[in-house]
Design a protein. Structure first.
Length: 343
């Protein structure tokens, strides 16, 4: 019985695009879009996750579907807290039992104020203790890298709001860089390109779909084309345009460049010994952005380093944070230390 009381510690990968919840001893139990739909006037919660995501760009007056996290940080505290509470309640059925310990992932460049907001959201959502782990560290642990050894491991975690580049050795981040160019920016670039080149207005959902189906970072053997439907900016009527993969690659070129630059400048600041290790072991790509076709090949060309995509890039961060929960005592050192909260 006692086991039930303490065995429900959780790890949360609170992402800009998706939130994953890992429960101790049970694995990832929840993976939903980080979206909430609420009544615009009363701020009462109407839908969370997948149901709310379907509403983006389709809501009548009086209902707003929002993504409470932007660029990896909390943009709407109230909505984030409600979303977190909802997700925790979904997996933590027995609310009246012991409150769980919570490990939450944050981007590496997060300010103390932003970090406090994340913790506060965790406490408000019913946690007994909240620990914070930096995303690249969680991603590296989740990708199975030997983070505690005296060798350099490089991880590039491309999420929805941020791209985190880090070199890790001896259980700590040696050099890190967090840039706010990631999945969302790629979607925006596609929207801007279609507007400029084809006078076509697209919604965020359509742009994301195009990125997944046509997007690529490097020329592929068979480049697909697809018909894209949007609203004509001149006539205001729906219209369909045929778009090819190379065209979408041009649309996101500038953003890709920023991600590659982040990788390069991190390598630049890496101590020579560790750079040698990375040359041997390679760079590991995690996060949804790792699924962009040809990104590994492109980085290989640009850096001259071997590049591997993690086995399950979308859940690396959650699995890594989950490992912190499973081996709490052993991995305590990777968690950001905190002074105990008064009260």
């Amino acid at each position: 019985m006692a086991n039930n009381l303490i065995g429900r510690d959780m790890a949360v990968d609170l992402g800009t695009a998706n939130t994953l919840v890992y429960v101790r001893g049970r694995g990832v139990l929840l993976d939903e879009p980080s979206v909430v739909a609420m009544n615009a006037h009363t701020r009462e919660l109407l839908a969370v996750g997948t149901d709310a995501k379907r509403m983006i760009g389709r809501t009548p007056e009086g209902i707003t579907a929002i993504r409470p996290l932007r660029d990896g940080v909390i943009a709407d505290f109230d909505a984030t807290e409600q979303m977190l509470r909802h997700f925790i309640a979904q997996v933590h059925r027995r609310r009246y039992f012991a409150k769980p310990r919570l490990v939450i992932c944050v981007p590496s460049g997060v300010t103390p104020v932003e970090q406090r907001a994340v913790k506060e959201a965790g406490y408000q959502a019913g946690a007994r203790r909240v620990y914070v782990v930096e995303e690249p560290m969680a991603a590296a642990i989740g990708a199975g890298l030997p983070v505690h050894e005296a060798t350099g491991n490089m991880v590039v975690d491309i999420g929805g709001g941020t791209t985190e580049v880090a070199v890790i050795s001896l259980g700590g981040l040696v050099t890190t860089l967090s840039v706010r160019t990631a999945g969302d920016e790629l979607d925006q670039a596609i929207i801007a390109y279609m507007k400029k080149e084809h006078s076509l207005m697209l919604g965020e959902g359509t742009a994301e779909e195009i990125k997944m189906t046509l997007g690529s970072a490097y020329p592929q053997a068979d480049e697909p084309s697809a018909e894209i439907r949007g609203r004509d900016m001149v006539s205001g009527l729906p219209r369909t345009v045929l778009v090819s993969a190379p065209e979408i690659r041009r649309a996101i070129e500038e953003q890709l460049h920023m991600i590659i630059d982040a990788v390069r400048s991190t390598l630049d600041q890496t101590p020579p010994e560790l750079a040698g290790d990375i040359m041997d072991r390679g760079i590991v790509l995690t996060g949804g952005g790792a699924l962009l076709r040809g990104l590994d090949e492109r980085l290989r060309q640009e850096t001259g380093m071997p590049v591997h995509v993690a086995a399950d890039p979308l859940s690396c961060v959650a699995l890594g944070a989950g490992k912190c929960v499973e081996e709490f005592e052993a991995l305590q050192q990777v968690l950001v230390s905190e002074t105990r909260r008064a009260g």
